[in-house]
Design a protein around this ligand. Structure first.
Ligand code: SAM
Length: 428
């Protein structure tokens, strides 16, 4: 446990200093190539869990420290150890002993006694410490105060369910490729492989427990893809037909690109401004045996990549706060700032305005985000419609939506899917 605590603590310290969790973990894997898969899994679990519960754990720690702790690695070590003591089944004496050993090797080593004292005090009074931390909403819901406040005003009835869903483990959902199999046939294959799962609709299967894709039958032959149920809505809303031309304007890593190509025989251009992420589109296309024209470019400046031929369909799955997928990336809760939202909204408006002239007459543009903040969603879509009188907002067919429901295009995170927003426009 010593090495997992040490590396998990360092990773959480990097995230609290502003680095995103995926990058911080990738750096750990690169500099520690000898870690066994069990150790990697443990580090990952501790980091994700700590960041999911950070509001509560910080609330507990504040009560145990006489003054703020200025050594980031020591603070992160205490955070992960309190997380382990409260939320995991590992033996408490091992957690404490190993954390003390890590502290002895951290910075000047002075924190050894402090870590020992704080963790033992936590064990002595944990029920009361947790109760007091939960008296505050940041501690109770483990989200920043500004986020809780915005959710309350945007969703007076649903806000609490959204915050609770954000702290759960995300579901693992598959999309079957109908060219290879059906939901029922694939469920039978999963059952034969001892993987418990059930159908969500005619394409989506939700697994009872996440598994490595290595265990999914025919995954590498493209029979299924991993894709959240809420993300599977995009290709359905696009109303795709054979022979159409489609621009997937923010395509990487290509989940929706592959779905579009599985849904109809279309000619697709996949654009993304990030070359390394475009490589992932290429890899995904190869796995599902589909082709597309890949372009690296900025969707908000088409003059640098556009050849002048309008598209029948455009998917604008724009960069956003990703607050609808916070349970998959719990670092988002602590890295986002309230004023990031207006910046995203400006960037989204720029992309939409630049793409609209590229839609052919009678063509459609689908605006999509994985955000739950109205400023990036309903407000963005309404402002776009006002700026473009030839853009007609279309109603979303219930048949395309999870359980037939959305709040004007907004999907809120539930046990079955993440948070997404969709607005569909046709050009008159
Ligand atoms: C939400 S992700 C897209 C997810 C993707 N559609 C899928 O289903 O797999 C947004 C993508 O937009 C890309 N992006 C950000 N700004 C962009 C821009 N100005 N032009 C084009 N792509 C951009 C990012 O690199 C990122 O890959």
């Amino acid at each position: 446990m010593f090495i997992t605590q040490k590396l998990a603590g360092q990773t959480v310290a990097h995230v609290l200093a502003g680095q995103n969790l995926t990058e911080a973990l990738n750096a750990v894997w690169r500099s520690n190539p000898d870690l066994e898969s069990g150790q990697r899994g443990a580090i990952q679990d501790i980091c994700y869990g700590t960041l999911r519960q950070l509001g509560l754990i910080e609330g507990v720690l504040k009560q145990l420290l006489r003054s703020p702790l200025h050594e980031p690695e020591l603070k992160a070590l205490l955070l992960i150890a309190v997380y382990q003591l409260q939320f995991t089944r590992a033996a408490s004496h091992t957690i404490v002993d190993h954390a003390v050993k890590v502290a002895a090797q951290t910075g000047s080593g002075f924190g050894k006694g402090l870590v020992n004292g704080v963790l033992r005090s936590f064990l002595r009074g944990k029920d009361e410490l947790v109760r007091r931390a939960q008296a505050n909403e940041v501690g109770l819901y483990s989200h920043p105060a500004w986020w809780i406040k915005t959710m309350k005003s945007a969703y007076p009835t649903e806000w609490e369910a959204i915050l609770i869903a954000n702290n759960q483990h995300p579901p693992m959902t598959l999309r079957v490729n109908p060219a290879h199999t059906s939901v029922n046939d694939y469920l039978a294959l999963l059952s034969a492989a001892n993987i418990e799962a059930s159908a969500l609709d005619e394409l989506a299967i939700i697994l009872k427990r996440p598994v490595s894709v290595d265990f999914l039958p025919h995954f590498f032959a493209g029979w299924v893809s991993v894709q959240d149920w809420g993300a599977q809505v995009a290709a359905k809303l696009l109303d795709l037909h054979d022979g159409q031309t489609v621009l997937d304007a923010c395509a990487a890593p290509g989940g929706k690109t592959c779905h579009i190509l599985e849904a109809a025989q279309v000619t697709l251009t996949a654009l993304d401004n990030d070359a390394s992420r475009l490589q992932r589109v290429k890899d995904n296309l190869k796995r599902v045996n589909k082709t597309a024209t890949l372009l690296q470019g900025d969707a908000s400046t088409p003059d640098t990549w556009y050849d002048g031929k309008q598209f029948d369909r455009i998917l604008a799955d724009v960069p956003c706060s990703a607050t609808g997928v916070a349970r998959r990336h719990p670092d988002i809760k602590w890295l986002r700032r309230n004023d990031d939202l207006a910046k995203f909204a400006r960037q989204q408006a720029k992309i939409l305005d630049a793409l609209w002239p590229l839609v052919a007459p009678n063509g459609k543009l689908l605006y999509a985000t994985c955000s739950v903040f109205p400023i990036e969603n309903a407000a963005s879509a309404e402002a776009f419609a006002l700026r473009h009188p030839d853009a007609k907002r279309l109603e979303l067919p219930a048949s395309a939506l999870p359980n037939g429901q959305s709040i004007d295009g907004q999907l809120l995170p539930t046990a079955e899917h993440d948070g997404f927003y969709y607005a569909l426009f046709s050009k008159s």
